[in-house]
Design a binder for this molecule. Sequence first.
Ligand code: MBD
Ligand code: FE
Length: 282
Amino acid sequence: MTREVTPRAAESGAGATDVFRQSGKLQGEADIPPERVNLLAGELIKAANDIAEKHAVTYEEFNILKAWMIQVGEDGEWPLFLDVFLEHTIEDVNTRHREGTKGSIEGPYYVPNAPTLPSPATLPMRENEKGTPLIFTGSVKNTDGDALTDATVEIWLADDDGYYSQFAPNIPEWNLRGSVPVDSEGNFEIECIKPAPYQIPTDGATGKLIAAADWHAWRPAHLHIKVSAPGYELVTQQLYFPGDPHNDDDIANAVKPELLLDPQPNDQGGETVVYNYVLDAE
Ligand code: MBD
Ligand code: FE
């Protein structure tokens, strides 16, 4: 997949909208029963009316809301907006039953079918890719402690400037993205860089709302991971680094204490992080 992209929010938003449309996530759409639509849409509309009543929303505010919602669509930022402000709760209620490893939100910048790189793997990177070299290593087991030797660890991360390949210009297609089957013992090792803190696009409709409300647009530095194995629940996750000022103040509310890494200096001049996964059976 090749897409013309520039660093403007509308282009990264349009990219995220394209990726969502192609993702197959809408397959079950027609199956949501009317009772459920009535309940959810009804309560959402009631909540909006309650807010309008409680705060005596003016016509000026109502019209700005309309214009802003039109702009979110034009900028292609509904995936971004919903993943930042709502996905954390969706993720939480859908993974509460798990005994195994905690997940986190997927966000708008996952692209399926990244190149397969057997462990130990080095992610696709540019010559002189900026950032501290990072070795991410660990194991994948089930809740009984058995190694899952047919597991796959997918990983994607922003570069040192906070840009994701395929959503910003002039970055090789699969830069800092890969799909790593574990070794015969269920272990993996992935070499990449330590990601930088990430600011969500400020020039699109989502950024305009953030500025207008006097919020900030930052997410802490994070790795995105998906760990899968046949017969087990997919873990979609993010991992974070201690000391990041936005770990306690993530615009997307997606940090959990279980997702903080403990980086150690390694003898290659970079850092090593270890994370061991436990998957729940389906
Ligand atoms: C990201 O990189 C991200 O992970 C989320 C959840 C939202 C916007 C950008
Ligand atoms: Fe991200």
